[in-house]
Design a protein around this ligand. Structure first.
Ligand code: HEM
Length: 427
């Protein structure tokens, strides 16, 4: 068995399957063998080279010319003819946004669109995020049990995302369905019979994005990142193109909300599974910011990202040909003992927790990272204050949407005794 590059493929490399089983439940643990023995391997199943050690993943992120991000939003599973024709009916044309844009186009666009992400601009959103979080907690605080994902962690980040983007609040359930379809379409392996339904939802999402954009263009004076982009386009039409705006209108909704919803669900699960740590942050909320960073490291919501090799090179000593596609597994890098001491331990006082690669690294590093951090911090502040006695419903099985990259439990069921709610004693 040999790869196109002529390298032998080991049995474990040949068996690597990121769409089922151990990778889904714990991607870092499922690739421990690779970090230890074969840190760069070719996966014939994917036709990707898989990179799993911290230094190698970081080096790939660092050089965005040798390792182009152009394929970051490509479909990892080629669509059937039938699904392709459904997408064509909707004139689906997802193209370059920022995350998959090469230089020299990328940097001028990133700079032109950065202002709404500055700390000063983000500070305006904090009261809204807190108010929204409180309203959602109000709805279930007296009930004694809740699915945190369905009743809070999905919709609050979606509402914040729409607000940040300047998109009017739409039917939340429909947007959730569209977003999941986009994830499956981009990073999943839908069965042939599933592909057409996914294509329908993605096509509708594309059309929805176009309609919102057309409306916004008529009056681009409103708040939010997308109207801001339309205004920048009027000054710099070559930097902020029509194709960018339509693609980002759709991709931005997913980038800003699904990532954060999943990260929050991972964090709550992890903290409640470590009861002593949960109680520590209940007693001392000052620990929350570094706890958020450690949650993002230990159980991040973007498990792997992609790059295209533009010239013959080596990664970790392995020769990789130009044209090769890379799956860089940041969730594995985040558990690399070569960089993080006792990497599998969950340690909210870890001094280098912030070195994690969950937001990527280098010139494409996540622009929304501080918005995401703020949201997760506020969720933890509000939940530790109002429901310190909540616990995971025992023996629940956590399930994940099968895909390479976006990772968070479908449900997180928790319960508590409402008679012990602190606000009853001290309203
Ligand atoms: C890029 C992860 C939240 C907007 C990225 C990248 C990753 C990522 C892995 C690619 C980085 C690279 O190629 O080096 C995450 C995670 C989030 C999150 C884990 C939540 C926990 C957000 C939010 C927004 C956002 C809330 C906001 C609107 C973006 C944008 C880019 C990006 C615009 C493209 C940057 C560029 O290519 O220059 N994110 N993200 N993200 N993210 Fe996030």
């Amino acid at each position: 068995f040999t790869s196109p590059g002529g390298c032998p493929v080991s049995p474990r490399a040949a068996a690597f399957d990121p769409f089922t089983g151990p990778y889904q439940t714990d991607p870092a643990a499922s690739l421990r063998w690779s970090r230890d023995e074969e840190p760069v391997f070719y996966s014939p199943e994917l036709d990707y080279w898989v990179v799993t050690r911290y230094e190698d993943v970081k080096a790939v992120f660092r050089d965005n010319e040798l390792f182009s991000p152009a394929i970051a939003l490509d479909k990892i599973t080629p669509t059937s003819d039938e699904a392709s024709s459904v997408l064509a009916q909707y004139d689906y044309a997802m193209s370059r946004t920022l995350v998959n844009e090469d230089e020299p186009a990328h940097m001028p666009r990133r700079r032109a669109l950065m202002e709404p992400f500055t700390p000063a601009a983000l500070a305006h959103h904090e009261p809204m995020v807190r108010r929204l979080t409180r309203e959602y907690v109000d709805r279930f605080v007296d009930s004694g049990h809740v699915d945190l994902v369905d009743e809070m962690l999905w919709e609050v980040p979606l509402t914040v995302a729409l607000h940040f983007l300047g998109v009017p609040e739409e039917d939340m359930d429909t947007l959730r369905e569209y977003s999941i379809a986009h994830t499956v379409n981009t990073w999943g392996r839908p069965a042939p019979e599933q592909q057409v339904a996914v294509a329908e939802a993605v096509g509708k999402f594309w059309q929805f994005a176009g309609t919102v954009l057309d409306k916004m263009r008529k009056d681009p004076s409103g708040h939010g990142w997308m109207p801001f982009g339309i205004r920048v386009q009027q000054e710099q039409p070559d930097v902020v193109t029509d194709s960018y705006l339509h693609s980002m209108m759709m991709a931005g909704i997913v980038a800003a909300h699904e990532t954060t919803a999943n990260a929050s669900a991972n964090a709550l699960r992890l903290l409640l599974e470590h009861r002593d740590v949960w109680e520590e942050i209940c007693d001392d909320p000052g620990l929350i910011p570094n706890a958020v960073e450690e949650c993002l490291r230990h159980s991040g919501s973007v498990a792997a990202w992609r790059r295209l090799v533009t010239a013959d090179t080596t990664i970790g000593g392995i020769e990789i040909p130009a044209g090769a596609k890379l799956l860089i597994v940041n969730s594995s890098a985040n558990h690399d003992e070569r960089h993080f001491d006792q990497a599998d331990d969950f340690d909210i006082r870890r001094d280098n927790a912030g070195d994690h690669l969950t937001f990527g690294y280098g010139s494409h590093q996540c622009m929304g990272k501080n918005l995401a951090r703020m949201e997760i911090q506020i969720f933890l502040e509000e939940l530790t204050k109002r429901l310190p006695h909540m616990e995971l419903v025992p023996d629940q099985e956590f399930t994940y949407l099968p895909n390479t990259s976006f990772r968070g439990p479908d449900h997180v069921l928790v319960r508590w005794d409402p008679a012990r709610n602190p606000e009853r004693a001290d309203p």
